[in-house]
Ligand binder design. Structure first.
Ligand SMILES: [Zn+2]
Length: 439
């Protein structure tokens, strides 16, 4: 078991306390960037600048190149570009190199805050109330980003540096595909162990569902000898939604995976968009339904596509319109496979220990009802990856919040994990000049 040396830990925790207001300001600044997926460049520039000037890391910032990742099995097909998206990687090269290298990786993109008018506060102007910070991305996952930055910074401020390499990775487009994380890893920024500070309430996630986006397109016009007949596409949309719900019930009835089988609805579906109609007095005749569906470990995206097509074909046979006018189904965005990992691995044990030192007791284990970028490490790069981060709520909803005390706690846990996993050494006079943390 690797454990942190207590002497260092006390000094480092003191730095976290001392820098708390600065950390809070950094977090607030991140929330002020409206970094919707596809529009991450400004926040990435800010972070790259911070890593370079405050943490004195070696910083790389680059745009994901779709062509170079498109053939990778973890790639999700996109209908957009990365013209305004960057990956940022800050690297510290320790004296022991790759040996016990550790990656912290988080996404900087956030989901839409609409309808903004229903928020109690401006989603992009962080607001503190009763120990919570409100704002879009406060929990998912800008608080985690701030925690990983300030854990590393506290180590430096206390006069230490990790002996092994450390990477702080900031990736775009996690909320639609995960292609940002894939681009970082495909660029060679890999390692054996990764921690992803997603806001799952100081619990360690060991299994997560997959996620797949779909689009159903249909029309309700049929040519006849005398012209055409038609019916109402909005009303017919309900028939498709009902069939999709039936499909999800069918899938949930078949789940046998031990980590998910006792959950009420391990496979969730969300209808996220429905477009039809353009005039009050016209009958709508085309419709588009877009949504997201989950997969549990043991299932694959490829199989899910096939079973979804087959189920809809069958289920719509009983409908007088769709029986001979099947809708068109396509898949884009998330093509995320589900994953699970060994929760007794060396990394889990190290995290358990770091959590115990700061909070006491073992962190609870949990499964995730959504995908995260941890899957890339686990499935394609033979690395261990854990999601563990602060406590928050209302992710992807109005009035998203994060609990500030939990942010401070995870910052300390990260610092302990970094110290124990990588080992620490005093920053020497020579390096201190280079790493001038007083500025
Ligand atoms: Zn997230």
């Amino acid at each position: 078991m690797i454990t942190a040396q207590n002497t260092n830990v006390n000094e480092i925790h003191k730095e976290i306390e001392t820098s708390w207001n600065e950390q809070l300001e950094f977090l607030k600044e991140l929330i002020r960037y409206k970094s919707l997926s596809g529009d991450e460049r400004p926040i990435q520039q800010y972070i790259a600048h911070y890593l370079q000037n405050q943490l004195h890391m070696h910083v790389d910032r680059f745009q994901p190149d779709i062509e170079s990742i498109a053939k990778h099995p973890g790639f999700s097909p996109v209908e957009w570009d990365y013209e305004n998206s960057d990956v940022v990687v800050g690297s510290h090269y320790g004296s022991e190199g790759e040996n016990n290298a550790l990656i912290f990786q988080g996404h900087t993109d956030v989901v839409s805050a609409e309808p903004v008018s229903l928020w109690n506060t401006d989603p992009y102007e962080p607001t503190e109330k009763d120990g919570r910070l409100y704002g879009r991305g406060a929990a998912d996952m800008k608080a985690g980003l701030a925690a990983m930055v300030f854990a590393y910074r506290a180590i430096q401020k206390a006069g230490y540096q990790p002996k092994s390499n450390v990477m702080l990775q900031f990736v775009p487009d996690e909320e639609r595909t995960g292609n940002g994380a894939l681009a970082a890893l495909e660029a060679g920024y890999t390692g054996k162990a990764a921690l992803i500070p997603e806001p799952f309430g100081l619990k360690a996630a060991y299994a997560q569902v997959g996620s797949m986006w779909f689009r159903v397109r249909y029309d309700t016009v049929r040519s006849t000898q005398d012209g055409h007949v038609q019916c109402n596409a909005i009303e017919k949309g309900q028939v498709i939604i009902d069939a999709l719900k039936q499909f999800v019930r069918h899938l949930n009835g078949q789940v046998t995976h031990p980590a998910f089988k006792d959950q009420e609805e391990p496979i969730e579906m969300n209808i996220g968009k429905f477009h039809s109609g353009d005039f009050e007095s016209n009958e709508p005749v085309v419709g588009t339904i877009e949504g997201r569906i989950g997969l549990v470990p043991g299932e694959t995206v490829k199989e899910r596509k096939e079973s979804m097509r087959a189920f809809l074909r069958e289920a719509l046979q009983s409908d007088d319109w769709f029986c001979d006018h099947l809708p068109h189904i396509e898949f884009y965005g998330f093509h995320a496979e589900p994953t699970e990992s060994d929760d007794q691995s060396q990394l889990f044990q190290a995290l358990d220990h770091a959590h115990e030192e700061v909070i006491g007791g073992q962190p609870k284990r949990r499964t995730l009802p959504s995908t995260t970028d941890a899957r890339f490490f686990q499935l394609y790069y033979d690395s261990d990856a854990i999601c563990y981060g602060p406590e928050g709520g209302n992710f992807h909803e109005i009035d998203e919040w994060v609990d500030l005390e939990s942010v401070k706690q995870v910052t300390k846990v990260y610092a302990n994990l970094l110290s124990s996993w990588c080992g620490l050494e005093k920053i020497s006079e020579a390096t201190a000049e280079e790493v001038d943390v007083s500025k």
